[in-house]
Structure formats: structure tokens, C-alpha cells
Design a protein around this ligand. Sequence first.
Ligand code: GLU
Length: 483
Amino acid sequence: MADATFKETMTFRECVDRMVDRAIIASDFDPNTAKIIQACNVVSQIKFPVKIGNKIEIFTGWWAQHSSHRLPVKGGLRFAPIVNQDEIEALASLMSYKCALADIPFGGAKGGLCINPANYSVSELREIAHTFGTELARKEYLSPALSVPAPDMGTSSREMVWIADAYKNMFPENLNQGACVTGKPLNRGGIPGRTEATGKGIQFGLREFFHHPDEVEAAGMEDGLTNKRVIVQGLGNVGYHTAKFLSEEEASLVIGVIERDGAIINPDGLNIHNLRQHFANTGGVKGFADGDYIENAASVLEMECDILIPAALESQIHANNAMSINAKLIVEAANGPVTYEADEILRHRGIKVLPDLYINAGGVTVSYFEWTRNLSHMRFGRLQRRYDEIRGTSYLQAIEELTGKKVSDQLRNDIVRGASELDLVRSGLDDTMRMAFRDMREVMKRNSKITDFRTAAYAIAVAKIAQSYYDMGLAEPPTDVTT
Ligand code: GLU
């Protein structure tokens, strides 16, 4: 998917740092506090052996804890062949800023294992994940109180179970052992709505954007999400769910999907369910009947559309293609898909960007709900669901008695029904996305030097983290950017 001829002048970590610098300068932040915040507290390289067939293989992984102003630190654990230390540090710092912006009381972390999962059998992968989990737990990088990994690129609920089992073997008496990872399957302490949480959060964030006509107009669009032409890069968990929710629930037209083997386009909108089915069966998008196949995937990134959603790797929009992007709004479903240099170009071109630390915060938000649920050892809503139903029935009876009229079955159901756990998760996620959006707008309204969502998001995050350092007596009082 990446452009082979392209060479960025800055590393991923440098890109994130420069974006933070921009926010620090725009909000007149104390430079010393900024330095404390930007430094990655801990990064460890872990090498461990696993017997694969008759041979011993040495695997290399990293765990980075960017900021432990709040504990536990939180972040995804990725299994990918391109993992490196600079990337993991960048991603860990993004997690700190993301959690701060979304008001999630965690520090930021990230882990990665340099591996191509496709080269190993399931039982080998289990052994590798289990050993990595044991190594992480031994160093206190896996702990419900200190450090809680989650699914990321190349990992899912399956890997989380393997890692949780490693922790359980070492600390069987820890009552909160289940909270050592999030993104677990439902029957292992997971929470409904976690798998699709990032995609749902993107849908909620986009809805919020379209609730503000001035933003929509400034992006050169009109009205809501209906019929908006969307191009999605990546049909993994995040890309798939985003495309699915936008096409099925918002009536947007997903006119292009870009994958490793090429892209599929259809100006009338693709059927995402069928495309995903095809992708699962064949390992690519080529040969999908209801669209035209384009071998040069990079050219589809530059195709005209309303909303471009990079949901795959980092650095996909860079100095060499930023001038050719033909979208009105870029939605960073992946972490770091736009480089610093590209971001500058897009800003000058007036193309709006909903930045990663805001728009893909749905995953960690629902991870937070899962972690809280694990500590309480009870599902959300268990105590009040039936009570709410009884109250709802009483209100309904009162309304019917007072008006002498019968309420429709649909309305009756809406009033009486107690919230399911999924309803509560979705409501909490929606609230988080709306509040963070409003905070970003508020900052842009108050500070004329801040004119884009990314700088606003970083300014808020840095101010919140600085407040924690200040409360600990480690920093100057932070600039008040939010109130
Ligand atoms: N991997 C996701 C992210 O990058 C989720 C992290 C989490 O749930 O802790 O935001």
C-alpha cells in the first residue's frame, strides 16, 4: 500500500513531536513543562526465544510507556513485520494525548512484536503470545493496576486471551487479573461493543462534525452524511466497521476501498458486507464482482471524494502525495496516517483533518469501560435495568391515565425498555466523542492562533497532562485552554 518511491524526512515520532510543538507554541505553553510531557518515560526492547518446529527462534518486541501521570498506562499491542522502536514510541505518545483528550484516566503506552503472523500456525502464535505476555508481566508491563495492553494491528481478542492467560498463570490470586488486558472476548470478561468500538466512535465523531453547519461549509460540503462519497483505505477491523456503519446506517456512499492488492471502486457505493466476505475468502479485493478493480491503489487515495478515511498504516499521506489529495475531509482512522509535512500542506490547501487522537479514540474509550467493568466484577446496568423498566411502566401509566390516550407500541417500548449493556457502552462512547469535539471547537473559538482540529486536540491534551504534573508539584501551572 505504501508508495515505494517515497522517503519522508522525519520519523513518525518526530512528526508527532512537531505536531505537539505546534500546539505548545500556539497556546503559549511553558517550554519546560512541554519538555517533561513530550519525553517517553520508558521504552524496553524484549528479546525472547520460542521453539518453532525443531528450531529456536528469537523474537523481538517493544513496550513503551510514554507518560505515567495516570495509571495504568494503556495502549494497543501490535504484531506486525514493520514494528520498530521509533514507531512504538510515537504510538505510545499518541495514546497519552488521546486518553487526555477523551477524558480517560490512563497514561499512554504501546507495544509491538516484530512478526509476520501469517508465517505461523495458530498454536505457534499462541506460544509466542504467551511467552511475550509472560515477559511483559515479569517486567510489570502487564498488570491491571499499572499497564494494560489491548488489540491493535495484527492482534485481536484471541491474542488478548493468550496474554491474559500468561498473567493468570503468574498471578492466580490477583482478583483483578482479568483487567490486565482489554479487548477480550465476551465470555472472558470482554464488553459488548468493544470489537467495533473504533468504527462506532468514528461514526459518532463524524455525526458530530456534521451537526455543525459552519464546519461542514468550511470543508466545502453541504448537509449531513447521506450520499457523501467516501473512500476507505484498509478493510481491517477499523476500516471495515467504519465503512459498514457509514454505508448501512448513515446512507453514505463508500465509492472506493483500498487494500494491499489494489482498490475497488464503484460510484454508486460498494456493498461493504459482500466486499468483506470476498476479502475474507480471497485475501484481497481483486475479483470483487460489484466494482471496478484498480491495480494502482495509491491512485485511488488521490481520487475525488468528500471524505477520505485512511484506516491502515501510518504515513500514507505524505509530502509527495498531499498536493494531489482530492478530498474535502480526511478522517484519521489509523494512527499517524498523515505525516507532519503532509499535514502542513493540507492545512495550506484548506483540507480539514479529523486527527487520530480524536477520531479513533473509540477503541480506548470502550477499553476503559471494559477495564472498569472488570474491576467492578459486574456488567453495567445489572442493578438498574429492571428497576428502570418498572419506572418507565409507571410513567407510561401516568401519561395514559392523565391524557386518556394510549401510547403507540413503538413509543411504549422506547419508554419502558431498560438499557442493555451495549446501549450504555454506545451512550458513553457517543458522549465521549461529542464532548471532545466540543472541546476542540471551544479552543479554536478562544484562541485565534489555533485554526485546525489537530492543534486544538493537542493543546487540550497537553494542558490536561500538564495539570496532572502541576498537581504533583512537577510543573508550572498550565495554560487554561479549555474553560
Ligand atoms: N489500539 C487502539 C488504539 O490505538 C486501542 C488501545 C486500547 O484500547 O487500549 O487506540
